[in-house]
Design a binder for this molecule. Structure first.
Ligand code: BES
Ligand code: ZN
Ligand code: ZN
Length: 479
């Protein structure tokens, strides 16, 4: 799908469909139009959509509710734009025009949100579908808006495309995207945007004492990898390290998962894929910030060579860990990356991971858990998150729970002594591998809930959501 921006207002080109944003009260419509819509029970409320036969220029007219003008938010614009795309697809419109999507109120923010809503709302993972019906795609969408908002419109497009890139990789199953494949994808985008890219194979992993990755990866025929991508502009203002959990399939290992929990565990690489999506956007937006992307990636499988409960491993930073469950593998591989990331002495280090089911129990499917001791960083991320619609909620790094992950025979154990506060004990575990002398500020984002949706939500179809790509890119660009 091509997408274009025009400042011809109103856009009077010909198209198969015209999508019109309508506030409650319908003041932007003619009396006859408003009356006709009222008779169809449409009043401009959020989530309302009506499709009507159009005129000669526009074969179909699609009206989408924006709600009360006084309450308009970016996320409402995204949702409305996505509803418009979906309706246009339903009538098989090839050329579509969008107008009046909140720019009179939210200005450039609406221009960005409408691009995001269109691109995110248009996304479906249908690569493996062979039916012709399902393959239909809109050819071109033109959005009408003021000239001075063009830049933000384009940024929105880049952000949403980056999120969709992430969704595409997350949605690929474990037989297609293995750790080696993830490394290949990293090399491809590095080539495209002239990033430096290092991929650590077994020997390099050993040389760097990456015991977590080597241990968890041992049970799979698909060998583990560690990926390091660097984006270094001329005069960087800051250095940011990103870390993403890349478990290409989490069977649980010897502590094998029951079937209802194993299915969808292809999504356990969502943190890694988010980091790749973020780098894609960074390659296009080129901020004055040095960015390092670190991805530990393994497949967690049971096997004769697999690691076992009771095993003890000693990390490069000297901390020893005894394994209580092979299903708490994410924190084990992230530990290597956090040690490595600390050596880069960043201003900010942010890791993102589908880390715990406990986080989903705590916050539900639609909100990520944000852990950080830095109030300023928390405030910045939460503010951006409420703007992007990628919901986050701050969680405590409760010192009193430290006792829960103290090991019997070693410094730490990889699972809490009780299951209570499981998202917090996981975050506390990670903190042991962040060198506070070298890292100014660290945040951990548990994306186990929102990274992969079991049903359609807002502008997202079921499956990978691409969270928290847009929030983190905005954060880097603002840094
Ligand atoms: N990948 C899972 C966490 C997860 C659960 C992600 C649900 C997405 C949706 C992780 O590796 C895991 O299995 N965690 C265990 C930890 C437990 C053994 C302490 C869990 O959450 O049950
Ligand atoms: Zn697991
Ligand atoms: Zn996992």
């Amino acid at each position: 799908m091509k997408i274009a921006y025009t400042h011809e207002l109103p856009p009077n080109k010909k198209a198969d469909a015209l999508v019109i944003g309508v506030y409650e009260g319908m003041k932007n419509l003619t009396k006859e139009e408003a009356l006709q819509l009222k008779n169809l029970n449409f009043s401009g409320k959020v989530r309302e959509v009506v499709t009507l036969p159009g005129t000669e220029n526009f074969k179909t007219l699609i009206y989408v509710g924006l709600g009360k003008k006084s309450e308009l938010k970016s996320d409402t614009v995204r949702l409305a734009a996505a509803k418009g795309v979906k309706s246009a697809k339903k009538v098989k419109a090839k050329k579509v025009v969008f107008e009046l999507f909140g720019m009179d109120k939210l200005k450039e923010k609406a221009a960005k949100a409408v691009a995001e809503g269109i691109v995110l709302g248009n996304y479906q993972f249908k690569k493996y579908k062979s039916g012709k019906e399902e393959k239909f795609e809109i050819e071109k969408i033109t959005v009408a808006g003021e000239k001075e908002y063009r830049k933000e419109f384009e940024t929105g497009y880049i952000l949403a495309e980056a999120a969709n890139f992430t969704r595409d990789i997350v949605n690929e199953p474990g037989n297609v995207v293995t750790p080696e494949k993830l490394a290949e994808i990293a090399e491809e985008i590095s080539e495209e945007y002239s990033f430096k890219c290092k991929v650590f194979k077994e020997k390099d992993l050993e040389k760097n004492q990456m015991v977590g990755i080597l241990t968890v990866g041992r049970g799979s025929k698909n060998p583990p990898r560690f990926i390091h991508i660097t984006y270094k502009p001329k005069n960087p203002k800051k250095r940011i390290v990103l870390v993403g959990k890349g478990v290409t399939f989490d069977s649980g290992g010897l502590n094998i998962k029951p079937e209802q929990f194993m299915k969808t565990m292809k999504s356990d690489k969502a943190g890694a894929c988010a980091v790749l999506g973020i780098m894609k956007a960074i390659g296009q937006l080129k901020p004055d910030v040095e960015v390092h992307a670190l991805i530990p990636t393994v497949e967690n499988m049971p096997d004769g060579k697999a690691y076992r409960p009771d095993d003890i491993i000693v990390y490069k930073n000297g901390k020893s860990v005894e394994i209580h469950s092979t299903d708490a593998e994410g924190r084990l591989i992230l530990a290597d990356a956090l040690i490595y990331g600390s050596e880069l002495e960043p201003d900010v280090m942010i890791d993102m991971a589908t880390l715990t089911g406990a986080c989903v129990v705590a916050l539900g499917h639609y909100t990520s858990g944000l852990f950080t001791e830095d109030d300023k960083l928390a405030t910045a991320l939460l503010k951006l998150s409420s703007e992007t619609g990628e919901k986050m909620w701050r969680m405590p790094l409760d010192e009193d729970l430290k006792e829960d992950i103290k090991g019997t025979y070693s410094d730490l154990q990889n699972v809490g002594k009780t299951r209570y506060g499981g998202a917090i004990t996981a975050a506390l575990f990670l903190r042991n591998f962040v060198d506070s002398k070298k890292v100014k500020s660290w945040a951990h984002i548990d994306i186990a809930g929102p990274a992969f949706l079991d049903k359609e939500w807002k502008y997202y179809s079921a499956g990978a959501s691409g969270q928290p790509v847009r929030t983190i890119v905005e954060f880097i660009v603002e840094s």
